[in-house]
Design a protein. Structure first.
Length: 63
């Protein structure tokens, strides 16, 4: 990420932004978990497209 190269971390604001990403507050972690759960419940994960014609989809095997 070019924003966080050492040459770009020369002021307090940039360092504070990096610190927020590396060490989020408890409230930020809680909010991110809730947002992830909402997205998962809404089916946000992209579905795989259909298998190409002429090829059968691989069967799932249980271990």
């Amino acid at each position: 990420m070019p924003d966080f190269e050492s040459r770009n971390l020369d002021d307090a604001e940039s360092l504070a932004r990096l610190a927020e990403l590396l060490h989020p507050s408890k409230a930020a972690r809680t909010e991110a978990k809730a947002r992830g759960r909402r997205r998962a419940a809404a089916g946000f994960l992209p579905a795989q497209g259909p298998a190409p014609t002429g090829q059968a989809a691989p069967a799932l095997q249980h271990a």
